[in-house]
Design a protein. Structure first.
Lengths: 163, 446
């Protein structure tokens, strides 16, 4: 099956001058994992993931042991956010990324995701224009859809806080 | 053969200085060429301590790396650093002073690079808490690690090499170099007090942040800490007594490393994987290249030139000691001090033969450690180790600090490092010169 048949087309987009706090708000929603930085013609310039945003806040020297020695974590994080608030998408985005074409097969997408350890891959046309994205979840859902043996109703969520 | 060995040596040296190719690759390829061209035969390279690999140095380095690799897992250095920041009550200069002391003491017994690798993150963290520029603190730690490492036999690789070549023991270094380093450190800190004492200020509420830090959280494995400290103390005790019991330092270190490996419960694969094998193989390659130039007589020619310049006498080598001190310091500021000392060691041994009129290979410990010769060895050690402070590429610890600082968003430029490092190098080498002159030539206190 072609990637174009199962890609998601509702994505989070941002301009290169989008500031840090706006980026944070844009991907605060649980569904999107990353924001796509595009120009006015929707040509993909870079990607900002939740991990990229986190890396900006957490200093390079910080490790789990040092973090444990802090008693006022909220104050520390607030201070770190203040430090990066003037940064914008072009300072943070990753500009070297793997991508798929709409005519690539789903199996190729699956292999690429598994090989490189990505969660999500953008789908671009020949001019680099962003068309959509493929996630691991898309691939899994496609697998479930194509196989009659799976029962889609068997996915009840359990609220652990009520136990 | 003479020109083959000389060309291999010069090209290898040039490539190591240029840093275009990794120094380990250069040293190993150079060593392979020395063997392929039969400048040195393989049994000479591996079995002759005068011409080939000095296994005492190699096993001492590997053993100390194993002990350090296990100790770093305990979190003790981070604990001590945060404890010191709290003891300083968040006062920025006191923190700088205490961190310099921890780094110097740590580097005297452990590898310099490991010491700064452990302390730099804590320093950046503390500076962040105090909202101060971490650069003066980080450069101070790099300088302190090079100064502290000079104090003992195991503090810096040049000292390990000198000790092995000259047959010096751990206590020789404690008696002769540790007092010099204590004096140098005191003068340096006095100068730092004048420069930074009034320039570093933080608000009281920021100091309170330091006092709320939980240093105990840094200790990851108290039992491993106890075991590591016991083994380290016993190993240092072993170093102090190795001369008395006629053990080589490498034997003591190997005993300590294997004991800790045995009782720590750590996986030997991961501990041995963390040994700095590129450094170990750099030493191996270098020993073989230097062995080549010793065998063909290049070192002998260099030794004749040095004798012509310094005119050493069997009972007095003042000029040689002074020249060796400054020459080593200047060279070590621009060249890795390991290949420099690897070249100087056989040169000094050859000079011993010429000055005391001995046939080749006839120098005994009495000649090598002659009263007149000892200040020359100490000058080489002081110059080679302290010279590393002269530039950001002069010592591995400097390179690591500059790299970590840049990664944290605080770029240290070459010139910025020079502004701190060069005056400190000049001050410390000048003080070393006074120390050598007063102690050995004025007071005759050998």
């Amino acid at each position: 099956m072609d990637v174009s048949k199962c890609m998601r087309t509702k994505l989070v987009l941002a301009k290169p001058d989008c500031d840090y706090k706006s980026l944070l708000c844009k991907i605060a929603d649980p569904t999107p994992r990353q924001a796509y930085i595009v120009d006015e013609n929707y040509k993909l310039l870079g990607i900002v993931s939740a991990m990229d945003l986190l890396k900006e806040i957490i200093p390079s020297y910080m490790n789990a042991d040092l973090a444990r020695s802090l008693t006022d974590e909220a104050d520390f994080l607030q201070k770190q956010v203040e430090k990066v608030k003037d940064k914008c998408a072009r300072d943070i985005m990753v500009t070297k990324f793997a991508y798929l074409r709409p005519y690539h097969q789903l199996l190729e997408a699956d292999a690429l995701i598994a090989e490189r350890g990505f969660n999500t891959l953008p789908v671009l046309d020949e001019q680099g224009k962003l068309l959509g994205e493929i996630t691991r979840r898309n691939i899994l859902l496609q697998l479930v859809d194509s196989c009659a043996a799976f029962n889609l109703n068997d996915r009840e969520l359990v609220d652990l806080s009520l136990l | 053969m003479f020109w083959t060995a000389t060309i291999i040596f010069l090209v290898a040296y040039a490539l190591i200085i240029s840093e275009k190719i990794h120094k380990t690759k250069v040293a190993l390829f150079g060593a392979a060429l020395v063997l392929m061209t039969k400048v040195l035969l393989q049994h000479e390279a591996f079995n002759n301590i005068d011409l080939g690999v000095d296994w005492n140095v190699i096993f001492l380095l590997i053993s100390m790396m194993i002990i350090i690799n296990i100790m770093t897992k305990t979190g003790v250095f981070q604990y001590v650093a945060i404890k010191c920041a709290k003891l300083a009550k968040g006062e920025p200069f006191r923190i700088m002073l205490l961190f310099a002391i921890i780094t110097a003491v740590g580097s005297a017994f452990l590898d310099n690079v490991t010491t700064v690798l452990l302390l730099v993150p804590v320093t950046l963290f503390i500076a962040d808490q105090l909202e101060i520029n971490p650069i003066p603190y980080l450069i101070t730690e790099a300088l302190a690690s090079n100064i502290g490492g000079t104090a003992t036999l195991i503090g810096d690789p040049p000292n390990i090499m000198i000790a092995s070549k000259a047959g010096l023991n751990f206590m020789d270094f404690i008696v002769h170099l540790t007092p010099a380093i204590i004096i140098i450190f005191l003068f340096w800190m006095l100068a730092w007090k004048v420069i930074f004492g009034k320039r570093l200020h933080v608000r009281d509420e920021l100091k309170k942040r330091i006092m709320t830090l939980q240093e105990r959280e840094q200790i990851k494995d108290p039992m491993l800490l106890k075991k590591s400290l016991i083994v380290l103390i016993l190993t240092i005790l072993g170093f102090m007594l190795h001369g008395f019991f006629h053990y080589e330092p490498a034997t003591v270190a190997l005993m300590g490393a294997t004991t800790l490996l045995l009782i720590s419960g750590e996986d030997p694969h991961s501990i041995l994987a963390e040994v700095e094998w590129p450094t170990i193989f750099f030493f191996i390659g270098l020993f073989i290249i230097i062995g080549g130039i010793v065998k063909v007589g290049l070192v002998e020619d260099m030794s004749r030139a040095m004798i012509a310049v310094t005119n050493p006498q069997p009972e007095n080598m003042t000029m040689l000691a002074m020249v060796m001190l400054w020459f080593s310091a200047v060279c070590s500021a621009v060249v890795d001090n390991i290949p420099f000392v690897a070249t100087m060691n056989p040169l000094l041994i050859d000079m011993v033969h010429k000055v005391y009129g001995l046939a080749p290979g006839m120098a005994t410990v009495e000649h090598i450690q002659h009263q007149a010769m000892m200040p020359v060895w100490w000058s080489l050690a002081l110059g080679a180790c302290l010279g590393g402070n002269g530039s950001p590429i002069g010592a591995s610890a400097n390179v690591i600090v500059v790299g970590l600082s840049e990664k944290a968003g605080h770029k240290i430029t070459f010139v910025q490092f020079l502004k701190y490092g060069l005056p400190v190098m000049l001050l410390t080498v000048f003080l070393s010169m006074i120390y050598i002159y007063v102690r050995y030539y004025l007071l005759k206190w050998y």
